[in-house]
Design a protein around this ligand. Structure first.
Ligand code: PLP
Length: 219
C-alpha cells in the first residue's frame, strides 16, 4: 500500500457512506518508522501524523516541522502528567486524554502557557483492564468535568479490543459522542478504517497500511 492507495480508499469509504469527500482526516501513524519513510510520506503531501510516545516524537518532529511548516501532529498514546507540558508544546491535538488527573494537569498548563492543543477523550470501550481510557459509563461525567475546566474537547477516541468486532465499539463511541454533542470521532486503524468511516469516524489512525510493517517492536 502507499499513501495514495489509502487516501483513495478513504475517499471511496466516504462516498459509500454518503459523506462529503475530504470530511475524514487521515492521521498517518508514524511511530517507530524510520525518518526516510516519514519524509517520503511528507513529500507525497501528507501533513497530519500520529505518534504514540512524547519522547520519540520530540526526537524527530521539531526538524520535520521546520521543513514542513503546516504539519498537524496528534498524540495518540498514553500521556504521563509529568510529560504534559512537553506534549502540549509539541502536539496540535492530544487524542489520549484518559483520566481526570491528566485533564487537570492540562488545564493548569493551559492557563500558564496561554494555549491548549485540541483534545479528544479516550474511551475504553472494551473495558479492558490493561488499556487506558475512561469507561463508557463514566464518559458523560468526564466530558462535563473537562468542559468545566474550559478544555477544548473536540471528540472521543477508542482502540477496540483486537479480538472483538470493531464495529460494535465504533457504534458505541459514536453514540457517546452524539449524546455529548461532540463532533470528533477518532476510530479505525489499518485493518478497519473503512468500517469506522461508515460509522461516522472523523479521524482514522492508519500506520502499517501506509508505511509498511513497523520495523522496531513497540516495546
Ligand atoms: C499504532 C497505532 C495505530 C495504527 O495502527 P495500524 O494498525 O498500524 O494502522 C492507531 N492508533 C493507535 C492508538 C496506535 O497506537
Amino acid at each position: 500500500m502507499s499513501l495514495s492507495d489509502i487516501t483513495s480508499r478513504v475517499a471511496a469509504a466516504e462516498r459509500a457512506a454518503d459523506r462529503p469527500v475530504g470530511s475524514v482526516q487521515l492521521v498517518a501513524v508514524s511511530k517507530v518508522q524510520p525518518n526516510e519513510r516519514v519524509e517520503s510520506v511528507l513529500q507525497a503531501g501528507q501533513r497530519c501524523f500520529g505518534e504514540n510516545r512524547v519522547q520519540e516524537a520530540a526526537g524527530k518532529w521539531p526538524d520535520f516541522k521546520e521543513a514542513f511548516s503546516d504539519v498537524d501532529l496528534h498524540l495518540i498514546g498514553p500521556l504521563q502528567s509529568n510529560k504534559a507540558r512537553q506534549a502540549m508544546e509539541l502536539f496540535d491535538t492530544i487524542q489520549s486524554v484518559d483520566r481526570p488527573k491528566l485533564a487537570k494537569a492540562i488545564a493548569r498548563l493551559a492557563q500558564e502557557l496561554g494555549q491548549c492543543p485540541d483534545l479528544f477523550l479516550q474511551v475504553n470501550t472494551g473495558k479492558e483492564v490493561q488499556k487506558a481510557g475512561i469507561l463508557p459509563e463514566d464518559t458523560d461525567a468526564f466530558v462535563a468535568e473537562c468542559r468545566g475546566l474550559d478544555l477544548p474537547v473536540k471528540g472521543l477516541m477508542c482502540i477496540p479490543p483486537v479480538e472483538e468486532e470493531a464495529s460494535l465499539h465504533f457504534a458505541l463511541l459514536a453514540k457517546l459522542a452524539k449524546r455529548n454533542d461532540l463532533a470528533g470521532l477518532s476510530m479505525g486503524m489499518s485493518s478497519d478504517f473503512e468500517k469506522a468511516i461508515a460509522l461516522g469516524a472523523t479521524h482514522v489512525r492508519v500506520g502499517s497500511a501506509i508505511f509498511g510493517a513497523r520495523v522496531k517492536p513497540e516495546g
